[in-house]
Ligand binder design. Structure first.
Ligand SMILES: [Zn+2]
Length: 713
């Protein structure tokens, strides 16, 4: 009953004001003594939510829509995570904050963010993020007292492993922080679950078996309930402004795009935007009655933008409006007679920066959307929301007008160009399905460079990655082979194909694929590093070492190449030189998990157990999901006589990486030695069943002998 009162008071207040047709501002308490909660749901299509008519069951977000404002025509300015969040937090267009892709950029610390603005006003500030694209290294940390980005990382060549954590985990951290605050606070909560791959937890996996993306959205909604109920139950007397949005949507096949980042059609550019205010009267959050559309609240058709969020918060807190921001308060947008904003700039630059496709820029103005590409596009979103009828040919004067707006989009010239892409970041982003790389800009782009002409390649890549993730690598390889026949300059195809061949056990084919890349003029540090790695791993160190030394480079070494060089030197029986290479990696990246693991392994090889313990412990601090570090610590503990602790580390190593056969063997045998024969049984069986016989023949024989021994009652 209590929550119904909230609905009645707030929604009723709104309806009354609409009838008065005066300003709607008075429905929100305005003043500096309020908390601010910003929730960004990654990869959330506006039309996925119940209140937007979508198929996911989202009672919590629908309840929020019912007690607040629901913006039906809200647009992002970028279609990938980091550039879009930079716009949400700074209130600037990508042309102003300078971030155009997930990799190779860092938000300049000189730019004000919502966090730095509120911190200077005495707010406690906390960020709780769900995945790597908004890692602290990318600079969104500015102004946050707390920036919690401790999701599992990737290391040890586990490509396509996800550096993300569930919404429930992120929400638990955020609510604990909020409960601990005594004064006013600003919290940013970023949840990543709707991002591909779509693997909703039970019961959403069964309920949405035919549409797992919507299952992730429904799960995310349920995971947010404790956050909203914590804030709703607040008795401090201080209201909380709650803003929920998506950073971009998801293609789901729209215009041939499966995920996001290539195009800027409404599937990925249009996002949900909900604004509400909780009135701190200690009420309970009960979303049960608000499932689906039309349960109150105010739906606003006025076109609004992500850059409007910062001005809205400043407006509600009665802080001075920030100069030079392109946005305006959303509450001004809903005021009668406010008119539409001056258009919303957007871009999709990743494929241009990484693959050399034509850059995509455009503008939404009222119901019109213009996309500036070699094959330009103009749509009337009101009559053609699916963007199927391109009006460029029939309406050239509107094209000129909108193109004119695009030419004068505010741009900060002093923002630097793209830095060299961080290779470790590139690896983690590849794990999320993003294409990474570096392409030189062309002087002129033609129709052949238009993403609409190139989308087929992207679909093939997604199909191949999907097959790989299902363990069907042998079927994925021919997709890349066919792609290379048509496009022999595609680095990503060589790179993926060689990895598949390597994992299928065909080392000569993997090496031949990378040599073919070099012969075709596809010559990059990444290709040479991969080739050097495969040569070294197949015992051809004499070929690998000079290749990797050349790839490492001079004053600013390529860290991937340097780490690979260290491995090649270690394989060639040169541990001191190898250690020097890994230490050089740490000079540039002190918490580089792989380099730390490798230094630990070299110390183990030299029987320097204290040193090994130190390196493995640091590796685990950098990447809590490092199976290699757990395995190494197991050995260190065993040497120190701590069998129990050793077994625990090996158990964790095997849980993280079931193919760590070294740890699997150790835990099986030491459990037997520790007279835990029953506990050992599944480990023994697993080793005997899954360890490759070519490498572990002697160990398999020993395990089979242990299994054959009669078990004592
Ligand atoms: Zn995103």
């Amino acid at each position: 009953m209590a929550s119904l009162a909230v609905v009645a008071v707030i929604a009723g207040g709104y309806l009354a004001i609409r009838r008065l047709s005066g300003t709607t501002l008075s429905a929100f308490d305005r003043g500096p003594n309020q908390n601010v909660l910003l929730v960004t749901i990654d990869t959330l299509r506006a039309d996925a939510l119940g209140s937007y008519g979508g198929r996911a069951i989202t009672p919590n977000l629908d309840h929020l829509a019912a007690i607040g404002l629901r913006f039906d025509s809200a647009h992002a300015h970028a279609v990938t995570t980091l550039p879009s969040h930079a716009s949400i937090l700074t209130g600037l267009y990508p042309t102003q904050h300078g971030i155009h892709d997930n990799n190779g950029y860092r938000l300049p610390p000189t730019l004000s963010t919502l966090a730095s603005r509120l911190k200077s006003q005495g707010f406690a500030t906390g960020a709780f993020v769900g995945a790597f694209p908004v890692d602290s290294r990318f600079g969104l940390t500015s102004g946050f007292d707390t920036y919690d980005d401790h999701y599992p990382g990737t290391s040890g060549g586990r490509e396509f492993v996800l550096p993300e954590r569930r919404a429930g985990e992120v929400v638990a951290l955020a609510t604990a922080w909020i409960r601990a605050q005594h004064g006013k606070w600003f919290a940013w909560v970023h949840v990543f679950d709707p991002h591909a791959p779509y693997r909703p937890p039970p019961p959403f996996d069964r309920e949405y078996a035919s549409s797992p993306y919507h299952g992730e959205v429904a799960y995310t909604d349920s995971a947010l309930a404790p956050l909203f109920s914590t804030v709703a139950a607040d008795r401090s007397g201080r209201p909380t402004i709650v803003i929920v949005t998506g950073d971009h949507g998801e293609g789901l096949g729209d215009h041939g795009e499966e995920t996001h980042g290539l195009f800027a059609y409404e599937a990925t550019l249009r996002i949900p935007l909900l604004v509400a205010q909780f009135h701190a009267d200690g009420l309970s959050w009960d979303a049960a009655g608000s499932s689906g559309a039309a349960t109150g609240g105010v739906a606003i058709p006025t076109p609004v933008r992500h850059v409007d969020i910062v001005p809205t918060v400043l407006d509600l807190l009665q802080l001075p409006a920030a100069a030079k921001l392109p946005g305006r308060s959303l509450l001004a947008s809903v005021a009668p007679g406010a008119g539409d904003p001056k258009g919303s700039y957007f871009e999709a630059m990743s494929a241009s920066l990484n693959r050399g496709w034509a850059p995509l820029r455009g503008v939404v103005l009222g119901r019109e959307k213009y996309v500036d590409l070699p094959i330009a596009e103009l749509y009337d979103l009101k009559v053609d929301p699916g963007e199927s009828a391109n009006l460029v040919a029939v309406n050239p004067e509107r094209v000129r007008t909108l193109d004119g707006i695009l030419r004068v989009v505010p741009t900060t010239a002093s923002i630097g160009p793209r830095q060299t892409a961080d290779p470790e970041a590139a690896e983690r982003l590849r794990a999320l399905g993003y294409v990474t790389g570096t392409a030189k800009p062309k002087a002129r782009y033609t129709d052949a460079d238009d993403p609409k002409r190139l989308i087929g390649i992207d679909q093939d890549i997604h199909r191949a990655i999907d097959l790989y993730q299902r363990g069907r690598s042998a079927e994925a390889a021919p997709i890349y082979q066919k792609m290379l026949k048509m496009h022999p300059g595609m680095e990503i195809a060589y790179s993926h194909l060689s990895m598949l061949q390597w994992e299928l056990g065909d080392a000569p084919a993997a090496v031949a694929t990378l040599r073919a890349a070099l012969a075709a003029g596809v010559d990059s540090i990444a290709v040479r590093t991969k080739l050097g790695t495969y040569l070294a791993e197949s015992g051809r160190g004499a070929e690998a070492i000079p290749l990797l030394q050349a790839a490492v480079g001079g004053d600013f070494p390529d860290l991937d190449a340097l780490n690979a060089l260290g491995i090649a030197l270690a394989r060639a029986g040169l541990p001191d030189q190898a250690a020097a290479a890994f230490r050089r990696v740490l000079q540039f990246s002190p918490s580089h998990a792989m380099a730390l693991e490798n230094l630990g392994s070299i110390a183990l090889g030299g029987q320097r157990f204290d040193q090994a313990r130190e390196f493995f412990t640091r590796a685990l601090a950098a990447d809590p999901s490092s199976a290699q570090a757990h395995n190494g610590l197991g050995i260190v503990e065993m040497k120190a006589g701590n069998r129990g602790s050793a077994i625990e580390h090996w158990k964790r190593a095997v849980a993280i990486d079931p193919t760590n056969f070294y740890a699997l063997f150790n835990v099986a045998v030491e459990l037997v030695n520790d007279r835990q024969r029953d506990t050992a049984q599944p480990y023994l069986e697993r080793f005997a069943r899954t360890a490759p016989a070519a490498i572990y023949a002697a160990d398999i024989a020993r395990v089979r002998a242990l299994l054959a021994r009669p078990r004592r009652p």
